[in-house]
Design a protein. Structure first.
Length: 368
């Protein structure tokens, strides 16, 4: 399974002005320092004190200095991790909506302001666009607001989509995960498509702040699973949402696949460790138990192996529990573990006879 599979379905397309007039409010950073999100964040930290001022400076810099690149619209994202994506965007100084949002969010987080990259789709001039889009959520003064640097890019001093309240942002932006509507009463996909955004709600209101905080405290796998489950509960009513949920489920499978890989490799390492202990014992026996060790020490030479083999088998049992395993031959490895266990029993029997025999009779056991 490839990490980049399906990713090109979510590359947004939005025409932006080619004008890159310098924004007078933008943060002035030496060019050589603009290839690192950490460097940009350091300049922001040194120049501004309030979160709003920091966010304004970051937003101005990103929308002024990153150029929208239509040539990248249909490039497949070859599984780039976030840091690699940020570095590539800052190096090229161009990208699509995902690049704008990822860079803005990464710099924002590095200045200590909570932020999150949100994926979804949009409605413009009364109709829903058939391509995905990406923007950012930020928390300012304990309030979650929304920013779309792509839609403000290359437009001088415009901040039409900067720190927009959720109840206004939902008029044009629909996240795939209902959580990121940031509304106490999330709307449905049908309501978004039709423009009927303010229907009366009879369902209980969400506590937006607590819900987002709980989500952000989850690890990556838990976040993916939570988003996928929310999307399922909300209903899958168009192809973009269906594809995005398939993409999330694919990423979940990849994480579990990585876990299975680690479990399998650890089980192999356990087998190798147990085999090494076993071989050392056999070599010691072939040398007629010389140099001499105390009986108590000899009695424990094979003892660690049973625990190691049990641990290895437990790891193999956990492979494929979450997603079906087609990759690792756990059966063959279990046979090898069982085979070693039987050989250990033979040596344990010999060692028991040896230690229970008188000193004068022990040497005879090597010739039976």
């Amino acid at each position: 399974m490839k990490r980049w599979l399906l990713s090109y379905f979510f590359i947004c397309f939005i025409q932006v002005s080619k004008s890159q007039d310098q924004n007078s409010n933008s943060l002035h950073i030496p060019v050589e320092e603009t290839y690192s999100a950490s460097s940009i964040a350091s300049y922001v930290q040194a120049s501004f004190t309030t979160d709003r001022d920091k966010l304004q400076a970051i937003y101005d810099w990103v929308t002024t200095n990153i150029r929208y690149d239509k040539d990248s619209m249909y490039n497949i994202n070859w599984g780039k991790e976030k840091d690699e994506q940020v570095s590539a965007t800052l190096r090229r100084k161009k990208g699509v909506c995902e690049n704008y949002a990822t860079v803005f969010t990464d710099i924002t987080i590095k200045t200590g302001v909570p932020s999150f990259v949100v994926s979804g789709y949009t409605r413009e001039f009364g109709s829903v666009k058939k391509t995905g889009h990406t923007w950012s959520a930020v928390m300012v003064e304990n309030e979650w607001l929304l920013c779309d640097p792509t839609w403000d890019a290359g437009t001088g001093n415009r901040n039409n989509y900067f720190l927009v309240p959720p109840d206004q942002f939902i008029e044009s932006h629909m996240p795939f995960d209902p959580l990121w509507q940031l509304l106490p009463f999330p709307i449905t996909q049908q309501e978004f498509s039709s423009g009927h955004l303010y229907a009366k709600r009879e369902t209980p209101a969400w506590n937006v702040g607590d819900s987002v905080l709980s989500f952000l405290q989850l690890n990556n796998l838990q976040q993916l699973e939570a988003s996928s489950l929310r999307m399922k509960k909300a209903g899958i009513d168009n192809d973009m949402v269906k594809i995005w949920r398939s993409y999330l489920d694919m990423k979940i499978a990849i994480v579990y696949g990585d876990k299975d890989m680690n479990l399998y490799n650890e089980a192999v390492a356990d087998l190798n460790r147990a085999t090494k202990i076993f071989n050392q014992f056999v070599q010691y026996r072939n040398n007629r138990f010389l140099p001499v060790k105390p009986d108590a020490e000899m009695n424990g030479l094979l003892t660690p192996i049973a625990g190691i083999l049990t641990l290895a088998n437990k790891k193999l049992e956990n492979i494929g529990r979450e997603v079906e395993n087609f990759q690792y031959d756990t059966g063959a490895l279990k046979i090898r573990l069982a085979g070693l266990r039987e050989r250990v029993k033979e040596q344990e029997k010999f060692l028991k006879n040896y230690l229970e025999s008188g000193v004068a009779d022990r040497g005879k056991l090597f010739y039976k």
